[in-house]
Design a protein around this ligand. Structure first.
Ligand code: 5RP
Length: 221
C-alpha cells in the first residue's frame, strides 16, 4: 500500500504550478505529495504552502517549502489532501489523522481540491470508517450523548492511555453511523450541536480524485 500512496502522492504534485498557493494536506498519502513538492521547490519552483496540521508544517519546514497563514492569504489555488473514505459522488470522510478542522477550512478556501488515496478508500456507502467529529473538551460527554440520540455510536479517541487532543486543543469522537445514506444532512445536523466544532464529512469539496492501485498505477477520476 505504501507504493500506491507514494505513486499517487507524487503524481498529485504535478498539479501544482509556478506561483500557486497550495493547501498541504495531512496523512501518509499527502506526505509523499509534500516530499515531491519539496524536491520541486529545491529545483526552483516558486510556490507557497499552507499546512493543515502541525505535522505537515514541520515536514514543509524541513523541506524548505515557504509557508503562509490566513493572515497572508484568504484564497488558495489548490489543496491536495488524503481521505479515509470516498463515495461515488466524491463525498468524503476525513479526519483519521485528526486534522479535519484545519483540513476543511483550507479545502473550503481553495479553488480546487485534489484528493489522493489508495483504492481501499473507495466505498459505495460512507460510514464503515467511523466518522471523526471534533468536539470541545467541555461537556464532551453531553455532546456524545446528543450524538447517540442521532443514532451514532461515539468512541472517544485515545492516544495510548491519554485522551487524544487535536492541534486545536479539542477531542475527537469517532462515531459509528454506518450506513451514512445522507451525508449532507448528517453533516449539517452534527454541526448544529453546540459542542461540535466540525465533523469529517467533506461535502462537495473534492473535484478530482487520484487513486493509487496496488500495482503502482494512478487512476484519475
Ligand atoms: C487526516 C486525514 C487524512 O487525509 C486521512 O486520514 C487519510 O490518511 P492516509 O493518507 O494516511 O490514509 O483526513 O486528518
Amino acid at each position: 500500500m505504501i507504493n500506491a500512496k507514494k505513486a499517487v502522492g507524487e503524481r498529485a504534485a504535478a498539479y501544482v504550478e509556478e506561483g500557486m498557493t497550495v493547501g498541504l494536506g495531512t496523512g501518509s498519502t499527502a506526505y509523499w505529495m509534500i516530499e515531491k513538492l519539496g524536491e520541486m521547490v529545491q529545483a526552483g519552483l516558486n510556490i507557497k504552502g499552507l499546512p493543515t496540521s502541525k505535522a505537515t508544517e514541520e515536514q514543509a519546514n524541513r523541506l524548505g517549502i515557504p509557508l503562509v497563514t490566513f493572515s497572508d492569504v484568504k484564497q488558495l489555488d489548490i489543496t491536495i489532501d488524503g481521505a479515509d473514505e470516498i463515495d461515488p459522488q466524491f463525498q468524503l470522510i476525513k479526519g483519521g489523522g485528526g486534522a479535519l478542522l484545519r483540513e476543511k477550512i483550507v479545502a473550503k478556501a481553495s479553488r480546487r481540491m485534489i484528493v489522493v488515496a489508495d483504492e481501499s478508500k473507495l466505498v459505495d456507502v460512507l460510514g464503515t470508517f467511523k466518522l471523526p467529529v471534533e468536539v470541545v473538551p467541555y461537556g464532551w460527554e453531553k455532546t456524545a450523548f446528543d450524538i447517540q440520540l442521532m443514532e451514532g455510536t461515539p468512541h472517544l479517541r485515545k492516544d495510548g492511555d491519554n485522551t487524544y487532543m487535536t492541534d486545536n486543543g479539542n477531542y475527537i469522537l469517532d462515531v459509528d453511523f454506518y450506513p451514512i445514506r445522507e451525508p449532507r444532512k448528517l453533516s449539517e445536523a452534527l454541526n448544529q450541536l453546540p459542542g461540535v466544532v466540525e465533523n469529517g464529512l467533506f461535502i462537495d469539496l473534492a473535484e478530482t480524485i487520484l487513486v493509487g492501485t496496488s500495482d503502482g498505477r494512478v487512476l484519475i477520476k
